[in-house]
Design a protein around this ligand. Structure first.
Ligand code: SF4
Ligand code: SF4
Length: 355
């Protein structure tokens, strides 16, 4: 451990890294909106090169760029020809349609081909730029695993980037597609992943650890349930029967016990919110099986019926014992010099019941 830290100390090998961000997959641009709320680190800190030892991030993003039209497209065209001057991160947002499943037209594209005057399909941009990229990052569930558009029966044949490029595909760095899922992806999960890759590109960090679904391991190695504010209610078998309750919402359709996501711990933005913490059932949006395997939404997950029934029996007993203990602990010990006997202490407030 000490050795690896020493190895990666010092000035970065590269001062700047270009990021080409394509939002022209099938998506809602929600990840682009979300990343503007990142705080650890913020997008501004990365773009300004404000973090010591971290290369400056040159962001080319259609929603956040000053440049428009051809001026905006120019770095994309250069990258497609393999003429980027700096290490290149290609970030893709939105799912990738199957452009081979119809006779004409394209499902998604951006920019115009100067020869044919036709839109350039998003797939063509990816085909041309990805081979020159130092790393490719898919942000949001659409770009990672297909998301909502990949639901069974969708005519676009939408898929995630690992399905499109191949799960064994490798960028120049040797990395597969790096996936940051979420609908939208949690803002700090995106900037933290970019920060890690910037440091790796600059020779400051070892290869980013990814799990079997190509997610940064340290961000997705715990279930929602393990970080949920309502976990104590679950453990005591205290389940909400309707919305608006502060209790565990597993019976209202929460998939938190089996979903890998840090939003309950990290919040949606700057530590605030997080789906089950604020009463929204987890519908598994960071998971490759989303959405088909999590439907119908807002119904108790099949597996939860058995586990919550088991917890209910155990939890009720534990809760009863704890209330007995608690009513004793809520009273001061008998102290000989006290003016009033402990038995005169008012009873504690009644427990608040379920809403
Ligand atoms: S609300 Fe969901 S994540 Fe939270 S404790 Fe209940 S089942 Fe687990
Ligand atoms: S808690 Fe569940 S629904 Fe909310 S972001 Fe995480 S995976 Fe998605």
């Amino acid at each position: 451990m000490t050795e690896s830290i020493a190895t990666f100390r010092g000035e970065p090998d590269v001062a700047e890294v270009d990021v080409l961000w394509i939002t022209a997959g099938l998506g809602c641009d929600g990840d682009s909106v979300a990343i503007t709320g990142a705080t650890q680190p913020s997008l501004e800190e990365l773009v300004l090169g404000a973090l010591p030892g971290v290369p400056k991030l040159n962001l080319h993003h259609p929603l956040l760029a000053y440049a428009t039209g051809e001026e905006f497209l120019e770095p994309f065209r250069r990258a497609a020809e393999g003429k980027s001057e700096r290490p290149l991160l290609l970030v893709v947002e939105g799912s990738i349609p199957d452009e081979n499943n119809k006779a004409e037209g394209c499902w998604a594209g951006f920019g115009t081909d100067p020869d044919t005057k036709q839109p350039i399909p998003t797939c063509d941009w990816i085909d041309r730029i990805a081979p020159h990229a130092w790393a490719v990052v898919a942000v949001g569930t659409c770009a990672t695993y297909g998301g909502i558009h990949a639901i069974e029966g969708n005519p676009t044949g939408a898929m995630g980037l690992p399905d499109y490029l191949g799960w064994n595909w490798r960028a120049k760095s040797g990395l597969p597609v790096v996936c940051v899922p979420g609908c939208p992806a949690q803002p700090d999960n995106m900037t933290e992943t970019l920060l890690y890759l910037l440091r790796q590109a600059a020779g400051q960090a070892p290869s980013i650890p990814l799990d079997h679904a190509l997610r940064p391991r340290w961000l997705f190695d715990q279930t929602v349930h393990e970080g949920c504010d309502r976990g104590g209610y679950y453990e005591q078998g205290d389940f909400a029967a309707q919305t608006g309750s502060r209790k565990c919402i597993v019976k209202l359709g929460c998939w938190g016990p089996v979903v890998m996501c840090n939003v309950a711990k990290r919040g949606w933005m700057n530590g605030i919110g997080g789906c089950p913490n604020v009463g929204g059932v987890c519908i598994g949006c960071t998971m490759p099986g989303f959405p088909d395997k999590f439907m119908p939404f807002l119904q108790e997950p099949p597996g939860a019926k058995m586990s919550s029934a088991a917890v209910l029996m155990y939890g009720r007993t534990v809760r009863a014992l704890r209330q007995f203990t608690r009513s004793s602990l809520e009273k001061e010990p008998l102290r000989p010099g006290a003016r009033a006997a402990a038995s005169n202490q008012p009873e504690r407030d009644e427990d608040r019941g379920d809403a």
